[in-house]
Design a protein around this ligand. Structure first.
Ligand code: SAM
Length: 252
């Protein structure tokens, strides 16, 4: 009887010790994997290209385990907001742990639907879709949801594994790729204007892949189309004012 008590104590202590070890190791592992990816993903360059600054309101759609969410949260600060959207609750749970550990109160995690990112409408400055667009089966519905979420002039970046133009979408999807041509056609069909292609990224290692980097914008005309003639006259007189002021005029 007496001999079993220390053994029982040990049985209780081992799982607790393992849990404590895991909790201690998790932040170190996260930091290492973020740093490894930073070398080829050049996150600051991506965030700069989208014009994201302190106070910006942005989304990472198909955020996975939150690699970009942490970088975006750092950039927008507590006066901004990052909407982290994914359809996979397990990936979101990992992203949540990282966000909580970093103490980022500016991040909102959203369990999206296959055909709807469930973002607030007309509020966002930029949306990022990284290595996720090729997986989206309801791409038109997703792009429409993203379009609605952006302010006029807001930017959309699509970074994805570069696929050959002659292959069709499902063949490319199986290889976790998509072609630039398909992305441009999809985006333009859903109201976006192509802005530019920036230098891409080369992921090293076993899953080596080249990623393209395309930037689109929601045209300011997306608002102008709904403007009544009298208001249109006001807007042409004020063509030099910035977009924020223009939006206020339209909304009056
Ligand atoms: C390869 S992971 C990339 C994750 C992250 N963007 C990154 O670069 O680390 C692709 C992610 O897209 C998500 N996804 C696929 N379709 C989606 C959709 N319609 N809406 C939101 N997320 C989606 C998947 O659940 C997955 O987490």
């Amino acid at each position: 009887m007496h001999g079993s008590r220390p053994f029982q104590g040990l049985r209780r202590a081992v799982p607790v010790a393992l849990l404590l070890c895991a909790l201690a190791v998790f932040p170190a592992r996260v930091a290492r994997s973020q740093q490894d990816r930073d070398r080829w993903q050049r996150p600051a360059e991506v965030i700069d290209a989208l014009g994201i600054t302190a106070g910006s309101r942005v989304a990472d759609v198909g955020c996975g385990e939150g690699y970009f969410v942490l970088h975006l949260a750092q950039r927008v600060g507590t006066s901004g907001a990052v909407y982290a959207v994914d359809i996979d609750p397990k990936a979101l749970a990992i992203a949540r742990r990282k966000v909580e550990r970093a103490g980022f109160s500016q991040v909102r995690l959203i369990l999206g639907r296959e055909d709807d990112p469930r973002l607030p409408e007309g509020e966002l400055d930029a949306v990022l879709i990284v290595n996720a667009y090729h997986e989206m089966r309801k791409h038109d519905a997703m792009l429409q949801g993203v379009f609605r979420s952006l302010k006029p002039g807001g930017r959309l970046a699509i970074i994805d594994g570069a696929g050959e133009e002659h292959q069709d979408r499902s063949a490319l999807m199986r290889r976790h790729r998509i072609s630039r041509k398909l992305v441009r056609e999809d985006a333009e069909r859903n109201g976006f204007r192509f802005r530019e292609e920036r230098p891409g990224f080369d992921r090293p290692g076993r899953n080596a892949r080249h990623f393209f980097f395309l930037i689109f914008e929601k045209p300011a005309e997306a608002v102008r189309k709904r403007v009544r003639p009298a208001e249109r006259r006001v807007s042409s007189l004020t063509s030099t004012v910035n977009e924020l002021t223009f939006n206020k005029i339209v909304m009056m």
